[in-house]
Design a protein. Structure first.
Length: 391
């Protein structure tokens, strides 16, 4: 396959066949659709997209989040299917286990109907050039959808949430409003790896949908957390390492004060990146470039590429909240999944802004504390060593 348009056309045509397969088989059951998804931000975004899409069609569903789709879990799923005869959807995993699913998901000798919406390399496939991809596609269509079947890279061009988003669009074009959730999943899988944190491939088309709906806007900003206290955001950034500052929020605070940036808000809290004026951001940018150029002997252009990113903003969320910035939203979902609170993440990604959101915020605070404690322990035991360059 050559052009991206041809690849996408084939994918979308097959997703319509997958939709038809789903609707035909689901209608034969009297049970809710069972969605199984992964616990990371992409998996929770995938599950939320599917849940919202089914809810919009008044199709009952239940979502189960798993750490991995292991054989033991597949056997548990079979036990439930034998009793309830649910239609199954596997999102953000399944391609790597499609042989086991084919083998074990049988009731009375007949295969249980299900679909796989995944973006990882399929089982028995080494890389995207593997000739087995075509064979697997032919053997598993229409119930198995994977971007690699169409020459689309599932590592960089589309996430599991992106595949689920396109499936949701086949159910109802109104599900285009879920594009922003698909982008949260892509960011969770670090697929915004283009210049200045841009998207490539299918993800760039999903971004266009979100922009057209005016659900998302793009701003150029410094490559630090927008909601952490600024000194901590700089000190503990995983994107940019600054010798003499990284790992030491007190030094960063003094550094910022020397710039003339008033770091304390009227309520006594330390300012975040969101709290800075444009003039303060410009001053901080130029000073960091100067600091890294002199201290680290790095070309200013290289520093700038790492320092300035596209920030993707949800237009309907409160400025400075954990949901305003898609990257922070992704972090919130990830913290839910990693602390056995996946249901909170699913609920928030589906639109809950009440009890689930407050609980998830409290959970995020504790999650960050545990990470900070781990980082301090690693640093104090010289397991983390400072590097004299920006990355």
């Amino acid at each position: 396959m050559n052009g991206i348009k041809e690849k996408i056309s084939l994918l979308l045509a097959d997703l319509e066949k997958t939709r038809d397969y789903f609707l035909q088989n689901y209608k034969r059951t009297n049970s809710p659709v069972s969605i199984y998804t992964h616990l990371d931000a992409d998996g929770l975004s995938s599950g939320a997209i599917l849940g919202k899409a089914l809810y919009n069609e008044q199709i009952p569903f239940q979502i189960t989040v798993l750490k991995q789709l292991e054989l033991s879990e597949i056997k548990k799923i079979l036990t439930k299917v034998e009793e309830f005869h649910n239609f199954l959807i596997f999102s953000d995993f399944g391609s790597g286990q499609y042989l086991e699913l084919s083998k074990y998901l049988k009731v009375n000798g007949k295969s249980t109907p299900y679909i796989i919406l995944d973006h990882h390399l399929p089982q028995k496939v080494k890389d995207e050039t593997d000739k087995n991809i075509k064979k697997i596609y032919e053997e598993t269509s229409p119930w198995h959808v994977n971007p690699y079947f169409y020459g689309i890279n599932g590592s960089s061009e589309v996430s599991g949430a992106g595949i689920c988003y396109y499936f949701a669009k086949t159910l109802n074009i109104k599900n285009e409003r879920l594009a922003s959730v698909a982008l949260i999943g892509a960011i969770g899988d670090i697929q915004n790896k283009g210049e200045n944190g841009s998207f490539n491939g299918l993800n760039s088309l999903i971004l266009k949908h979100a922009l057209d709906q005016e659900d998302v806007k793009i701003i150029n900003d410094l490559n630090f957390s927008s909601i952490k206290p600024l000194n901590e955001a700089i000190a503990y950034s995983s994107n940019i390492k600054l010798a003499g500052l990284s790992g030491n929020p007190n030094k960063v605070l003094k550094f910022l004060l020397r710039l003339g940036i008033i770091m304390e808000k009227s309520n006594g809290q330390i300012k975040t990146l969101n709290d800075l004026t444009q003039e303060e951001k410009r001053k901080l940018t130029s000073t960091l470039i100067e600091y890294a150029t002199i201290k680290l002997d790095i070309e200013p252009s290289e520093i700038y590429r790492n320092l300035i990113i596209n920030r993707y903003i949800l237009t309907n969320e409160i400025v400075g909240s954990e949901l305003h910035d898609l990257s922070e939203f992704s972090n919130l979902l990830n913290s839910c999944g990693r602390t056995n609170n996946s249901s909170l993440g699913i609920a928030i990604a589906m639109g809950d802004r009440r009890i689930a959101y407050q609980k998830a915020k409290d959970n995020l605070i504790e999650y960050k504390k545990s990470i900070m404690q781990s980082l301090r322990w690693l640093s104090e035991n010289n397991i983390i060593q400072e590097k004299k360059y920006i990355q």
